[in-house]
Design a protein around this ligand. Structure first.
Ligand code: F0G
Length: 352
């Protein structure tokens, strides 16, 4: 059985013997080579997907949440709170349930994918649907936490970053070195910072000979980091990253620049096409936000960006089952036939 994330990387995490570990066996997710996607990017590249949908609640958030909730327990907290586009809330609700903490959640009403809402409710969180967007929910959460005894488990919580950086450790351990490029979706902009920290930490400890260039991708209608300023009304089909005023704006820019990378935007159509391609050609089903970096790499590849041999890793942050509605509207619908052998055979294209 794989070790819980905190046990696997204990020396690199801010925990002690007296920290009660709240775990759901997160981390140790698959790193899957995707040769068909790579072939469409450039003959020079090998591409590996870090499939974070394999975490217990189906997203990368569990890496940070195990540390944040364990530390909240150590500090004697009785309740956690977050604003969320859905994955943070699903993870917070699950870990809070396991720890016996209350969990308060503020969601942008009508903009959270069905799977994430189901998880958040099922784990018993106390959920407020805000008539507003994620950015407004985030600012209310930070405001409330100044007045009431609640632990914020958004990525403003420093323990989240510590947990999330472990994905970079796993990649280095698996590949034997850091990749040349690491592609990642960017929303509230903490995960790109967390990976960069993880890569730098293992590099400093001599576990990698190089550092990757961090290449981040936002959705065109929600691309404050690409525009260089916050935006008021973010929109995208990738609801996980429908964020106009990311809390880690400056640090994400720093990660981009220090690593010599870039942050670009991709359209909703490109995101959905990449999601479909990954599902149909590689057997990996991710949610739309997670397909943004695949879309971005395809665009870079078409522009001739990868002229040298390179290893690329891509974080696919959340499972496709999180957002079944998007999948069903874009995939080929089933063919309905009578319950009859020959009707089925005919529908399948078999004759006689
Ligand atoms: N991908 C998915 C599936 C996400 O849920 C998020 C963020 C991101 C990418 C972006 O990561 O914010 O660190 O840049 N989801 C948050 C949430 C905002 O509430 O679940 P980031």
């Amino acid at each position: 059985m794989p070790q819980p994330l905190i046990e696997r990387f204990r020396p690199y995490l801010p925990v002690s013997e007296s920290t009660p570990i709240v775990s759901l066996q997160e981390g140790s997710t698959p790193l899957i080579e995707v040769p068909k996607i790579a072939g469409r990017i450039s003959p020079n590249v090998r591409v590996f997907v870090k499939f974070e949908g394999a975490n217990p609640t189906g997203s990368f958030k569990d890496r940070g949440m195990t540390v944040a909730v364990s530390k909240a327990m150590e500090e004697g907290s009785k309740a956690v709170i977050c604003a969320s586009t859905g994955n943070t809330s699903a993870s917070a609700a699950a870990y809070a349930a396991r720890a016996g903490l209350r969990c308060f959640v503020l969601l942008p009403q009508g903009k959270v994918a069905a799977g994430k809402l189901a998880q958040t409710l099922m784990h018993g969180a106390e959920v407020i649907a805000l008539e507003g967007n994620f950015d407004q929910a985030m600012s209310i959460v930070l405001d409330l936490a100044e007045s009431y005894p609640i632990t914020v488990v958004n990525s403003t919580n420093p323990f989240r970053t510590e947990g999330q950086k472990t994905a970079a450790f796993e990649i280095i351990e698996e590949l034997g070195d850091a990749p040349d490029y690491h592609a990642i979706p960017v929303g509230n902009a903490r995960n790109i910072v967390s990976y960069w920290r993880g890569y730098k930490e293992f590099h400093e400890r001599g576990k990698a000979t190089k550092l990757p260039k961090m290449v981040g991708f936002q959705a065109e209608g929600s691309a404050p980091l690409v525009l260089g300023h916050p935006i008021e009304n973010p929109e995208t089909v990738a609801t996980a990253i429908r964020i106009g005023n990311p809390v880690s704006f400056d640090e994400a820019i720093a990660a981009r620049d220090e690593s010599g990378g870039l942050i670009r935007a991709v359209s909703d159509d490109q995101i959905l096409a990449a999601q479909f391609l990954l599902a149909t050609k590689e057997g990996i089903f991710v949610e739309p936000a997670s397909a943004a970096p695949i879309a971005g790499l395809l665009v870079l590849g078409q522009d001739g960006f990868f002229s040298e041999p390179a290893t690329i890793t891509v974080t696919c942050t959340g499972h496709g089952l999180k957002d079944p509605d998007i999948a069903i509207t874009q995939a080929k619908p089933p063919i309905t036939v009578p319950a009859d052998r020959s009707a089925v055979a005919a529908a399948l294209g078999f004759s006689g």
